[in-house]
Design a protein. Structure first.
Length: 385
């Protein structure tokens, strides 16, 4: 909104210096500063309010008695994802071109999943429902947001020229088409039959993976900050015809505006880390974890780089896979031998390392380093062909 006001003043009166507001890089920097300031400034007050409302983390008896005890974290304010949502939303509304389809869709995806997470946190902390929102309702919310994102990306006129295309590393031309029906010349548009399920799966998988990663102080916050930094580069490259041509990737007009949004996400994560770093004085809860998952998932889909996700978000991927393997192997061995066995001492993966006796601060730092390395590797892949 402030962007439009300054742009209007500049076009009308031509005051010196105001023209820089048109540069995406300038607005991305301003959005970062704003989001960081909002997260750090408003964060303290929100944490105090959460503490007064007694909206603290609850540790189940089974968790406290397990191989890794987090009983000392009981009572720490949760639902801190509100801080992230407010800082990202505020910074993007101020400095982003919110009329841009990419920007408002990113805000809808993040906000929609943030609402799903908020309901889950509310039921657990306020209503004292031990398991919070039932899994099928949570899944319904994730699928609903995924359908909105997929529907807009497929049917909106802005995306008609490449609505089923995506980047494929190492492939000649580096582009693959999800619309397998296109080659059969059926005379009817059926690309959505493939594309919508793909988008729903990615949105659901990423938001759940980010949620599973949220188990140690500062883990999800720091990992997402590095992933978002990578998305800042991908969004800017995709929206800039010169960089896109040089790197031989699809030029997607308008995606450059996503740079402002993702820069705000990055800065809000760093601002939240001020309070969420070990030892944490606030947890983001599902409100923040699902919202960040929505932001990452929607952005990577909009810049058509979702096939880079296993590398770009390798920690998310490893955490989710560890849970799937642990659960599947336990059920399989229990069915075959009558006694369930485990691959990891605990799942998700970060709890396995805790059970091995590694301090959580060291685990978090190492996961950050791994993420930084794989984000750089994902960006280097763009030049390989």
């Amino acid at each position: 909104m402030l962007y439009y006001l300054i742009d209007y003043i500049e076009r009308l009166y031509h005051p010196p210096g105001f023209q820089v507001i048109r540069f995406i890089t300038v607005r991305a920097a301003l959005a970062s500063i704003t989001a960081l300031g909002l997260a750090m400034g408003a964060g303290r007050g929100i944490i105090r309010w959460l503490r007064r409302q007694q909206l603290g983390e609850r540790v189940r008896e089974g968790e406290a008695a397990g191989a890794v005890s987090h009983v000392h974290k009981a009572g720490t304010p949760t639902m801190g994802g509100i801080i992230i949502l407010l800082s990202v939303g505020g910074a993007t509304l101020l400095w982003g071109a919110i009329a841009n389809t990419y920007v408002w869709l990113a805000l809808v995806a993040m906000g929609g999943l943030g609402v799903v997470g908020f309901v889950d946190d509310y039921l657990q902390t306020v209503k004292n429902w031990e398991k919070g929102l039932r899994p099928r309702y949570k899944l319904a919310g994730q699928v609903g947001v995924g359908l909105v994102v997929g529907g807009v990306l497929y049917f909106h006129p802005d995306f008609q020229a490449y609505n089923t295309f995506t980047f494929m590393p190492f492939l000649k031309g580096q582009v693959v088409d999800y619309d397998v029906f296109r080659f059969w010349e059926l005379g009817v548009d059926l690309g959505w039959v493939v594309y919508l399920p793909v988008v729903v799966f990615i949105m659901t998988a990423v938001s759940n993976a980010v949620n599973l990663t949220d188990g140690l102080d500062g883990l999800t916050t720091g990992v997402t900050a590095f992933v978002s930094l990578g998305l800042v580069a991908l969004a800017y490259i995709s929206g800039n015809v010169n960089f896109a041509t040089f790197l031989n990737v699809m030029h997607l007009p308008g995606t450059g505006e996503l740079t402002v949004f993702v820069a705000a996400v990055t800065a809000s994560c760093f601002g939240f880390l001020w309070y969420n770093g070990y030892p944490a004085t606030v947890f983001m809860g599902d409100t923040g974890a699902l919202a960040l998952g929505g932001a990452v998932g929607a952005t990577v889909l909009m810049v058509r780089k979702e096939l880079l996700l296993p590398l770009l978000g390798i920690v998310y991927f490893a955490e989710a896979v560890s849970v799937i393997l642990q659960t599947s192997y336990f059920k399989y061995t229990r069915r075959r031998t009558g006694e369930g066995r485990r691959i990891f001492r605990m799942a998700p993966l970060h709890h396995h390392y805790e059970a091995l006796g590694i301090h959580e601060a060291k685990i978090v730092t190492r996961f950050w380093i791994v993420t930084a390395i794989t984000v750089i590797a994902a960006l280097l892949i763009l030049r390989i062909r």
